[in-house]
Design a protein. Structure first.
Length: 381
């Protein structure tokens, strides 16, 4: 088995919007996975007692408390991870270790995990890059004192690099052009923040000229004629999905070139899911909602470390606030059930109803504005 790296944190992970809700991740068996380039709100759980587990072997004769949380990181490629923390004078030690041969938790228990990093100075922590390899597991441990319940923020940054320090660009050119006089169509996928190439799954549907699925950051092909209308879908890990039902390819003298910018996933982001329909006054999902719900399922499958809160909203006049909240929550739960039955783990999903408390239009004047108030959104957690 290939080696893995472990990072342990003696803290309890709390979602961005619910810092007061403590969740137990104080042992290896209960550890959770993190996604890179994201912020996490954490809090020490106040656990008591001395930890006599395998982690003690890496503590350099220091006693460790049981006040821990385990977090794991699976890099998409080799590269450098850099940790930044924000807190008010909390004293803790950070450990980064690597699995050796028998699995992340068993190696800890047997003292066979490889220590990569051990630092109690939080200023030095933010200056220390740690090299990690793709296809391996990593974890981070912040070890605090007994009984403390202080909060902090953790940011885990990842920059793809090879062992020689050369930047790795996640690009893939898929060139389908041949010896043809047909005009060229070129589609580029880029990160909306840094404009770098992004490799993803590109799907076209609705036109015999271009129907198909491709994996690329840059797609080039010959087309005999323009495409007046087709459906374009793009999925890439770490990014919000892109959908356009009326995508057009109008070939000019030099063909047609387009660039799609994908928005990186940021925890705390709220995204609207269009075209989710329910029976009037009920929580029954209508059949025409299936395509968009299946796209949401695909998004979650492509991003296995992402959890979401499904948020239901209804239109109303505010006079039946409790009734509207109940209906909106039932609708959110219906979406949750659909995703669960489609293969998404239930622990990755939660549902909340807001009724008419967060309308797009507080005083809707027409049916279009009322329809905008009736919506389903997802919160990236």
């Amino acid at each position: 088995m290939r080696g893995h790296i472990i990072c342990i944190m003696m803290i309890a992970l709390v979602s961005l919007n619910s810092l007061g809700q403590r969740t137990s991740y104080y042992s290896c068996e209960q550890g959770i996975s993190l996604s890179h380039n994201n912020y996490y709100h954490l809090a020490f759980q106040g656990r008591k007692g001395i930890d006599k587990s395998g982690l003690n072997g890496y503590a350099k004769n220091q006693e460790l408390s049981k006040n821990q949380v385990w977090l794991f990181f699976d890099p998409p490629s080799s590269g450098l991870i850099l940790l930044n923390t924000k807190h008010e004078g909390i004293s803790f030690t950070t450990y980064i270790l690597a699995e050796n041969s028998e699995g992340i938790c068993r190696d800890f228990d047997n003292g066979r995990a490889k220590l990569l990093f051990n630092e109690s100075n939080n200023t030095k922590l933010s200056e220390q890059n740690v090299f990690v390899e793709g296809g391996m597991r990593y974890a981070i441990v912040l070890a605090g004192k007994e009984k403390i319940t202080d909060s902090l923020e953790l940011e885990i940054n990842f920059s793809p690099q090879d062992a020689q320090g050369n930047e790795i660009i996640d690009s893939l050119l898929f060139d389908l052009t041949g010896h043809s006089r047909d005009k060229k169509f070129s589609l580029c996928i880029r990160n909306a923040q840094n404009k770098k190439p992004v490799k993803g799954k590109i799907s076209f549907n609705g036109s015999n000229e271009i129907d198909g699925a491709y994996v690329a950051s840059d797609l080039i092909m010959n087309l005999k004629r323009s495409v007046k209308k087709c459906e374009l879908k793009i999925d890439a890990e770490g990014f919000l999905s892109f959908d356009k039902e009326d995508y057009k390819i109008i070939l000019g003298e030099n063909g047609f070139q387009d660039t799609i910018y994908l928005k990186p996933l940021i925890r705390g982001t709220v995204a609207k899911i269009d075209e989710i329909y329910f029976a009037a006054g009920m929580a029954i999902i209508l059949e025409e909602s299936a395509p968009k719900l299946n796209r949401l399922r695909d998004f979650l499958l492509v991003n296995p470390t992402v959890n979401i809160e499904i948020q239901g909203h209804v239109n109303g006049d505010g006079k039946q606030s409790m009734k509207s909240k109940r209906l909106s929550k039932k609708r959110a739960k219906s979406v949750l059930t659909y995703l669960f039955q489609a293969g998404i783990a239930k622990e990755r999903l939660s549902a909340k109803g807001f009724g008419f408390t967060r309308p797009v239009y507080a005083k809707p004047k027409n049916e279009m504005e009322k329809e905008a108030n009736r919506r389903v959104e997802i919160l990236i957690k």
